[in-house]
Design a protein around this ligand. Structure first.
Ligand SMILES: [Zn+2]
Ligand SMILES: [Zn+2]
Length: 270
């Protein structure tokens, strides 16, 4: 079966690998079509485009945009116009919200006796701040032994460093991707099942869903495939690769049926 992967992060957001390391890993994994989908930034795309061209991998420029509705309710945008004004403003606002959120989290952690500073966190940030950078700062201070442990102990709802996300609603994000000429896909819906709202999303212009995802078991895949059929949505596959020591170092590439590969190639590869 062909191998594709439309979901990956680099050091421009919360991944631990540079664009060239990501492309190399994807080449080694035999991925035929790939995307880079950093959180709320398009910065890695020009070099990723060059690198994939040299590697002979079909490239789909992407972005993963956060919503305020849940920490994991994310929308993937493919083939967006990077110069689109509304999109650029939305991404800039999301990045600013991330900085504000990170500062609030650091303050709450300090009040709870977890001694990390803004400087220790922000020196780890290349382009887009995320909770992963705070987790890494906690780990660097040996307060925990890994990024995941820092999340579990301090950064998830109910823990002292939790601050809810602010920003756009899912439908607003979908509309922005659409008016920037892109295709909007819901990411990893299996981990946010209680927030599904297909009628509203489809109404806003949703194009597709990430059916193939490492944590989606067969039952989830089948359910999402049914929904894709019902709402006439495209199907995609993504590993959400974040690189080594990220705690989310899912292997690059997912095998998909030939018809899914053909549909991705036809609808997303330009
Ligand atoms: Zn995500
Ligand atoms: Zn992701």
């Amino acid at each position: 079966m062909p191998i594709v992967d439309l979901h990956a992060h680099t050091t421009f957001s919360d991944g631990t690998s540079s664009p060239s390391e990501v492309v190399h890993a994807y080449l080694m994994a035999g991925v035929q079509i790939m995307s880079i989908t950093d959180h709320d930034t398009l910065e890695a795309l020009p070099q990723a485009k060059e690198l994939t061209k040299k590697a002979g991998i079909l490239f789909v420029p992407g972005v993963e945009i956060s919503s305020c509705e849940h920490d994991h309710l994310h929308i993937l945008g493919y083939n967006i116009d990077p110069q689109n004004k509304l999109l650029k403003e939305a991404l800039a606002q999301n990045r600013e919200n991330r900085n504000i959120r990170a500062k609030k989290i650091i303050k709450q952690l300090q009040e709870a006796g977890v001694n990390i500073t803004e400087e220790e966190v922000f020196k780890l940030v290349r382009n887009v701040a995320s909770r992963a950078h705070i987790a890494d700062a906690i780990r660097n201070k040996k307060i925990t032994s890994s990024r995941q442990e820092a999340f579990r102990k301090f950064l998830i709802p109910g823990k002292p460093g939790y601050v809810p996300n602010e920003g756009l609603k899912v439908c607003e994000v979908i509309s922005i991707i659409k008016q920037a000429g892109g295709k909007a896909f819901m990411a990893h819906l299996g981990i946010v099942q209680e927030y599904w709202n297909f009628p509203a999303w489809v109404n806003s212009g949703l194009d597709g869903i990430e059916v193939y995802y490492p944590s989606h078991k067969q039952a989830m895949r089948e359910e999402l495939l049914k929904l894709a059929k019902k709402y006439n949505l495209l199907i995609s596959a993504g590993s959400d690769h974040h690189g080594k020591k990220s705690g989310r170092d899912n292997a690059p590439g997912l095998q998909v049926p030939q018809e899914v590969f053909d549909s991705i190639k036809q609808n997303l590869c330009k």
